[in-house]
Design a binder for this molecule. Sequence first.
Ligand code: TRP
Length: 447
Amino acid sequence: MANKENFGSKFGIIAAAAGSAIGLGNIYRFPCEAGANGGGAFFIVYLAIVILMGLPLMLSEFVIGRRSGKNPVGAFKALAPESKGWGVIGYLGVLAAFLILAFYSTVAGWTIDAVGKSIINYYHGLDKDTIQGDFNNLMNESWQPILSEGIFIFLTAFVIVKGVTKGIEKYSKILMPILLGILIVLCIKSLTLPGAGKGISFFLKPDFSKITGKVLISALGQAFFSLSLGMGCLITYGSYIAKKDNLTSTAFAVCISDTLIAILAGIVIFPAAFTFGIRPEAGNELAFVTLPMLFNQMVGGYFFCLIFFLLLTIAALTSSISLLEVPVLYLTEQLKTSRKKATIYSAIGAFVLCVISSESLHADTPLKLFGLNVFEALDTFSSTFLLTVGGLLTVIFLGWKMKKADFYDEYTNGGKVNIGLRKIIYFIIKFIAPVAITVILITQFIK
Ligand code: TRP
């Protein structure tokens, strides 16, 4: 696509794709899911899924995006014009983008709230019960969360209107390495706490007897969520990747950095949670109560706390940008809406859903679906259903619908890079990943 912007440099695309991948999914959602699913059992399954399904799916999305040069809806139509129906993957993706953005912005709102509290040194000297009580109050408030969510969605839309390359690249390149640095410092601190042994063994010691259908589907959903897969997000980014860039090394770099950040988050949170008496199944509190408690115990806690939550907000922003980009690109390319209008419409849609999601967290909420509040329902439905089914259809499309020669051609940059693993990768995409995802989708219904 000659008329389309490309990412400026190799590092630019890695930074942007890693920026999409690394976010609240790593630092907030990963510990929540690991905590709720038995810790070590979840962790080992998660790792296996990232390697066996995440990486091949990521490559598939990059190939589909770059080959077609289009948004997810247009991409499937362009690559298989004779067989209609595949565009549905793209539509599912647009739907998923809105649903995910809604609850994602809710969590991002709490993060912004934590930035505000850090600035005024609010957490200083508070005990666990007070921090916990405050966090629960925040859920039950009406206006404060809406305000911070509004700010977050506005910022997302602002960066999008400015254009992909300039917008995204500039922010993620410098800031993500700093986030990594802070996480390492936090790990060291956490590992010196009295609950470190218990926390680490909960998080990392695999207990195979705890692997159930629910653990499998949660790990699959979390892996796709964390790597931004299964809804065309990386198809969209793939359409911006330059023809000369090496897709394999990009995908490896993204998977490794995303997984590393998630593991570090677990090493920070579980020892601290065990030390402060916060249950691993505590859910939302796990990150938002444990971390302020941890900062309270640190020399220089004020600065670490402030910088950490600021960077987490920015990490969330580089992820939400990639989410919003999906409907925006769909509207501009398929329906010929102007970029500005497409962004404004999509942002308003996401905001409305987000308000419903955050209001559903009130203790006495009537906003429930299937016994879950709307926030949880959006989260669970999008990650364990939309993303997994989207991912499944994507690998099936690549393995069975797209021509093998086209895949190799795109994947090897027209034969210019020799990828030793290409046959294995193709085999995984065609056979192993579809079977494994299907099995996991089915086993969740077996007790
Ligand atoms: N991966 C991001 C995170 O971990 C969230 C995200 C961005 C996402 N784009 C996505 C999740 C696409 C699923 C699909 O925070």
